[in-house]
Design a protein around this ligand. Structure first.
Ligand SMILES: [Zn+2]
Ligand SMILES: [Zn+2]
Length: 362
């Protein structure tokens, strides 16, 4: 069948839209009609020059929600009509990683697949994360499909597939913050606001938000920030301010920007003995991470986290339910709604810092 999809053609070349041919489902594959999709900076990295990549054309989009239209042989956990979130990290349920409570990084995520359901002018085209949610319809492996409540508004919970899982998961499934502890969040974009939401839900006693754009403060306050530090203020002493507010150092810090110097600052602002930093921002490949060895020797911890360490098929639905229960302010996160043909402007908004999350309504 023919579908309209947005894709990257090359680095430093604007995102484009064209008609792709989409294969039918095969064994253990699911055909999904996309209803909504969120724009993420990782998509942008395939056409803004910031990532080393050569496999073009690449259908973009790895965050979204839709309805199952058809299931191939062997698919058992979803059926036509189910509301679903397609996810970048599979959960096969049987590999050592899926059987461990320590990680969400299913072994299948690292196994290259040769399957290319999309074709452009007859040539197979790859999809980012084997998804391609900026397409009207997608065909994906069943291990990358999460069934969610039919009551959840898809144009809102679509953001849980990447930004929501990453931010909320960093608090609830990676750091496992305890009630009464303090958190510092560096960078209050789509991921950072979800970290703040997670910290509030975890019962944090203090949530300090740090950003160089003071216009983000009101949204951060709605999410749960108790103190805001404007990093753009001349002469501001971020480390000193955090140590003073927390009485010596924060229990937890979350880096959501993707800069080595900010990550260093995040580690240093945590408390001696147990301060824990979770690294969420993606550092450009060429950057090296230099930490002061004593900062770690003094008992601080630095943790990595991919998609918040949320197991995508069994744990992600819990986040959808948090929204339905009214505990999660996802509406605060979405700043712009666009049509698929406005995707170029959508990414311009994201790049300018003027947007929190931009959502495509199909
Ligand atoms: Zn993303
Ligand atoms: Zn697995």
């Amino acid at each position: 069948m023919d579908v309209l999809a947005a894709f990257a053609r090359a680095q430093n070349t604007p995102i484009a839209i064209d008609t792709f041919q989409l294969d039918g489902v095969r064994d253990r594959e699911v055909l999904i009609e996309m209803k909504a999709a969120g724009l993420c900076r990782s998509d942008m990295s395939f056409f803004d020059g910031s990532r080393d990549w050569s496999d073009y054309p690449l259908v973009l989009g790895h965050e979204g929600a839709g309805v199952v239209l058809e299931c191939g042989p062997g698919v058992t956990h979803v059926q036509p009509g189910d509301h679903v979130i397609p996810v970048g990290i599979p959960e096969c349920g049987v590999c050592p990683a899926c059987r461990s409570v320590k990680t969400n990084l299913c072994d299948q995520y690292f196994k290259p697949t040769s399957r290319r359901p999309f074709r452009l002018h007859g040539n197979p085209a790859r999809a980012f994360c084997e998804l391609g949610t900026f397409s009207q319809r997608i065909v994906v492996r069943d291990i990358q499909v999460t069934k969610i409540s039919p009551l959840a508004p898809m144009d809102i919970v679509c953001c849980l597939g990447c930004a929501g899982a990453t931010g909320l998961g960093a608090v609830l499934f990676t750091a496992r913050m305890e009630a009464g502890t303090s958190a510092v969040v560096f960078g209050l974009g789509g991921i950072g606001l979800n970290v703040v939401e997670g910290a509030r839900i975890a019962g944090a006693s203090m949530i300090i938000g740090v950003d160089s754009n003071p216009a983000k403060e009101p949204f951060a306050r709605v999410a749960g920030v108790t103190h805001f530090l404007d990093a753009s203020k001349p002469g501001i002493d971020i480390l000193g301010s955090i140590r003073e507010l927390t009485g010596g150092g924060a229990d937890y810090a979350f880096e959501c920007v993707g800069q080595a110097d900010i990550l260093r600052q995040a580690v240093e602002c945590t408390r001696i003995g147990w301060g824990t930093t979770v690294m969420l921002g993606v550092l450009p490949g060429a950057q090296e991470l230099a930490l002061r060895p004593r900062a770690i020797q003094e008992g601080r911890r630095l943790m990595g986290s991919y998609l918040g360490n949320v197991k995508t098929r069994t744990e992600l639905p819990q986040l959808v339910d948090m929204y339905l229960d009214g505990r999660l302010h996802l509406d605060n996160l979405i700043s712009h709604r666009i049509r698929l043909d406005q995707i170029g402007e959508g990414f311009d908004l994201l790049a300018s810092g003027a947007a929190r999350r931009v959502v495509i309504d199909f």
